[in-house]
Every structure is written in structure tokens, then in C-alpha cells.
Design a protein around this ligand. Structure first.
Ligand SMILES: Cc1cc2nc3c(=O)[nH]c(=O)nc-3n(C[C@H](O)[C@H](O)[C@H](O)COP(=O)(O)OP(=O)(O)OC[C@H]3O[C@@H](n4cnc5c(N)ncnc54)[C@H](O)[C@@H]3O)c2cc1C
Length: 459
């Protein structure tokens, strides 16, 4: 392991004197709050936290970390379940103060800095009636989500988040500031669209925007757990009758009233107007008699915050994920049975079906290769007390083990925890892995940026 060079007060003062943001060490006000990420299972103590206010701060923080051989963790929204946005004894380069958002409604473009979260992003772009595919929870960072692919309610019509990325500014391991786009550093641009934080620290993202709402049709509807099969069958049948305007996600979840009642919920977004939307919502209502029915006209911002209360910061999380080529009867049976024995009322099984525009590109077009009809399953184990940790992790692992024989090699790296193998990541990227590794060799041969779903250099 690399020996960390000692840091004296004068050196830290030197960094602070040029910094537009702030530099924190243990004992400083705010240190404990900033080092906490979304997942309460992660409890790490960086030697230095560099709270960057802009690109120049990122360059200086990186140079400081490198000159002291400090391990580097980069924090966007801090939502990654593996907790790679923070480290022990190294430097956390925290981008969460970088909140600039500049919307150009005429060009239908937006540039957003890397500390922006989806709730903030949607609020600004929706002020112009515009949006792009993004995360379904307001506090998820645009940075990590985009760099991994990006599932969201708009993916049927507008593709994954990466399909809407126009350019990115990043600071590479050697401290250079580059722009990557379809016309500049094109291979790097390919790698940023799915390759995670492997190639540098992205300071801002430029996205294409589309007219959306502000009022659309959709919301949440939930059925009794006894109707889980009917709900999953609905999702299955959607493949046979594709509609780009309509995205529906099934969540086997618990009643929000705290009763612990098990429910099969559907989160629905329909971008069409008039009768098309009414017919689509009616087809969801026809699944079974609903226990909760909040389907109807809803603002796009409200749709994207329905789930926020279900994911409290610092709850304990352990996730497993896989894709299955189809929702076969056997897979349905496992989901129903395992949800029946789910030990925490905060846990969920989330079943997502990428479709439409997200699947109309080739696997090799972007580093994130998932362009097939495969269904994504997220086993989201979440609980509050450390006493319950073992039983909740065991449930997630057992569910995953049962699904594994039916799973394909594709996997969404943004849902992977910290106990996955390089083999799994290699399989997830498939034919794109070697190309990603060549990019890693070029841009980060020393693997400075390794606290991510790491693609190690081959040399
Ligand atoms: C409650 C919740 C809801 C979610 N909903 C969705 C969803 O709807 N759709 C979806 O696709 N995913 C979703 N996710 C998964 C999400 O995509 C990942 O957790 C993602 O990593 C979050 O990004 P972040 O910036 O918040 O995370 P962070 O933990 O800050 O970062 C994640 C990784 O990216 C690296 N990184 C962060 N910023 C940068 C940067 N600027 N430059 C280089 N590397 C960087 C970090 O070092 C880390 O390795 C959700 C996660 C949670 C916890």
C-alpha cells in the first residue's frame, strides 16, 4: 500500500488559501455531516475533505492529493450504495457545493455542475417545460447516475440519461481540463457514457432537453400483495404492446402508512396527451382493485419526488441486482415468495423494463451496453437498526442466489454493492470491457481513480 506523506498545517493552509470552496479535517464544523453518504452502512473518515466550488478547486485538490499520495474518493450526490464517494485516511473530493445549472430553452440544452441532484435539476429545467431522463429520487446525484447509464421515467421516449449527454468537462488524472463530446475526445466521451468515474473527475455535464409537462399523466398505484402476479404480468405484457410514451416500474413494497402491509405498486409515467394517456392509465387500474390510487395528472417534478420519503439518508442499505431475459413464471414465483418473507418494511424488490428509445442503439454505441429487452431486478434491502443487519443482508443474498440461475450477464453497475467481483463487472460490460480498459490505460494508468466500479488498467 502506498505510504501517505505527512501533511503539516502550513501545507493545508496553503491549499485553503487558494481554495474558493472549503477544506475540512476531522474536528472542523461540518466534517461529520459531509463525510456521511446516503448509505448508513458506510462510516469512513477522510484525512481531508476538499469541498470544491469550481473546476479550479478540483484541479488543486487533485494535485494536493497526488503530491501526498492520498487515496482519492469523488463525491457527487453520495447516493452510491457501495459508498465509494468517501474513503478512510484519504481525500474526499466533494463536488456537492457545485450547484450551477444554466438552461438554454431555445437550444433545448442545459449545463449542470457535478454537485447537482435530480430534484434541483428538474426544478430548473421544468421552469422552461423541459426535462431529460434522470433519476426517480430527488437527492440522487446527476454525476454518478449519468456516468453509470441512467434509468428514469423518460427512457422509453428519450433513451437513458447517457443518450442525452451532449458533452462533459472533466479533470483527468494528470490535472488537465478536457471537454469530451461527439466532436472532441470522442473515445473518452464514449467511455464516460457508462464507464463511471474511471477516467477523471467530471465537473459539469451538458444535456439535451425535451418538452415534458410540466403536467403529465401518471403517479403511483398499489395493489394488495396477492395481486403481485397480475402486476408483474402487466409488465410482461407491456413488452408485447410497446409504447414509448409509457414507462411503468413495478415495486414490491410496503404501505407508506407504517402498517407493514405488503403491496405491489406500479409507478407510472405517460407522456402522451388525451385519450392515449387515459387509456394507458385505465389499463393499469384494470390490473386489480387498487389499495392506493394516485394516478392522474401530476407535475413531472412531483412524480420524481413521490419516492423521496422511502429512501431516508443514512438508512442502512444492502443491494443485489441482476437482469433476467424475461419475467418467466419461475422468476415471478421467486419474486412473490421472497417478498413474502422480506424482513424489513423498508425493503423493496424493484422490477424495471428498459424499452423504446433506450433499446434503439447498439450495445457498442456507449460504454453502458444494456440495449436488450432484459428486465432489471433490484433487490433493495433497507433497514434502520444495526441489530437487523445480518437478517436483511441474508434476505438480499438469498433472493439473489435464487434468481441467479435465471439471470443474464448484463447488470446495471450503478446498482452494484461493494462485494462484487471484477469478473462480474467484466461480464456486465461484455464486449465493451476491453475498450474501456484501453481508455483506462490512456487516461489513468496509475488507477488514481479506483474508488468506483473499477476498471483496472491492464498494464
Ligand atoms: C435512493 C436512490 C434512488 C436511485 N434511483 C435511481 C434511478 O432512478 N435511476 C438510476 O439510474 N439510478 C438510480 N439510483 C442509483 C444511482 O444511479 C447511483 O447510486 C449513482 O451512483 C448515484 O450517483 P451519485 O452522484 O449520487 O453518487 P456518488 O456516491 O456521489 O458517486 C457514485 C460514484 O461515481 C463517482 N463520481 C461521482 N461524481 C463523480 C464525478 N463528478 N466525476 C467522476 N466520478 C464521480 C464516485 O466516485 C462514485 O464511485 C438510485 C440510488 C439511490 C440510493
Amino acid at each position: 500500500m502506498t505510504k501517505v506523506a505527512p501533511i503539516d498545517d502550513a501545507e493545508l493552509a496553503g491549499l485553503k488559501s487558494v481554495f474558493s470552496g472549503s477544506v475540512l479535517v476531522a474536528g472542523d464544523d461540518g466534517y461529520d455531516e459531509v463525510r456521511q453518504v446516503h448509505n448508513g452502512m458506510i462510516n469512513k473518515y477522510p484525512r481531508v475533505i476538499a469541498r470544491c466550488a469550481g473546476t479550479a478547486d478540483v484541479v488543486d485538490a487533485l494535485a494536493f492529493a497526488r503530491s501526498h499520495a492520498l487515496e482519492i474518493a469523488v463525491r457527487g450526490g453520495g447516493h452510491n450504495v457501495a459508498g465509494r464517494a468517501v474513503c478512510d485516511n484519504g481525500m474526499m473530493i466533494d463536488l456537492s457545493l457545485m450547484k450551477g445549472i444554466w438552461t438554454d430553452p431555445d437550444a433545448r440544452r442545459v449545463r449542470a455542475q457535478a454537485g447537482v441532484c435530480w430534484g434541483e435539476f428538474n426544478r430548473e429545467t421544468q421552469a422552461h417545460g423541459l426535462a431529460t431522463t434522470g433519476g426517480a429520487v430527488g437527492s440522487t446525484g446527476i454525476a454518478g447516475l449519468t456516468l453509470g447509464g441512467g434509468f428514469g421515467y423518460l427512457m422509453g421516449k428519450y433513451g437513458y440519461t447517457i443518450d442525452n449527454l451532449v458533452s462533459a468537462e472533466l479533470v483527468t488524472a494528470d490535472g488537465n481540463i478536457l471537454t469530451a463530446s461527439e466532436s472532441e475526445n470522442t473515445e473518452l466521451f464514449w467511455g464516460l457514457r457508462g464507464g463511471g468515474g474511471n477516467f477523471g473527475i467530471v465537473t459539469s455535464f451538458e444535456f439535451a432537453l425535451h418538452p415534458v409537462g410540466p403536467t403529465i399523466n401518471g403517479g403511483l398505484i398499489a395493489f394488495d400483495a396477492a395481486d403481485t402476479r397480475a402486476s408483474l404480468n402487466y409488465l410482461r405484457e407491456m413488452s408485447a404492446n410497446p409504447d414509448d410514451e409509457m414507462t411503468a416500474v413495478c415495486s414490491l413494497t410496503h404501505a407508506p402508512d407504517g402498517s407493514g402491509r405488503k403491496l405491489a405498486a406500479m409507478l407510472v409515467c405517460h407522456l402522451g396527451a388525451g385519450d392515449n394517456a387515459k387509456t394507458a392509465l385505465a389499463s393499469v387500474r384494470a390490473i386489480a382493485p387498487p389499495v392506493i390510487d394516485r394516478l392522474g395528472p401530476i407535475s413531472y417534478c412531483d412524480l420524481n419526488s413521490i419516492l423521496d420519503p422511502s429512501f431516508p439518508k443514512q438508512a442502512l442499505n444492502y443491494w443485489k441486482t441482476c437482469t433476467v431475459p424475461e419475467l418467466s413464471d419461475a422468476v415471478l414465483g421467486i419474486l412473490v415468495e421472497q417478498f413474502g418473507r422480506c424482513p424489513s418494511t423498508m425493503s423493496k424488490l424493484i422490477i424495471e423494463r428498459p424499452h423504446g428509445a433506450a433499446l434503439r442503439r447498439k450495445s457498442s454505441d456507449t460504454a453502458f451496453p444494456n440495449r436488450s429487452e432484459a428486465i432489471n431486478i433490484l433487490i433493495l434491502s433497507q433497514w434502520q437498526s444495526t441489530e437487523d443487519t445480518d437478517v436483511n443482508i441474508a434476505w438480499a443474498r438469498e433472493t439473489y442466489d435464487l434468481l441467479h440461475p435465471f439471470a443474464g450477464s448484463n447488470v446495471y453497475s450503478n446498482y452494484l454493492g461493494d462485494d462484487e467481483t471484477l469478473e462480474r463487472l467484466r461480464a456486465a460490460y461484455g464486449d465493451n470491457f476491453d475498450r474501456l480498459q484501453a481508455l483506462k490505460n490512456q487516461y489513468d494508468p496509475e488507477n488514481i481513480f479506483h474508488l468506483n466500479q473499477n476498471i483496472p488498467p491492464s498494464a
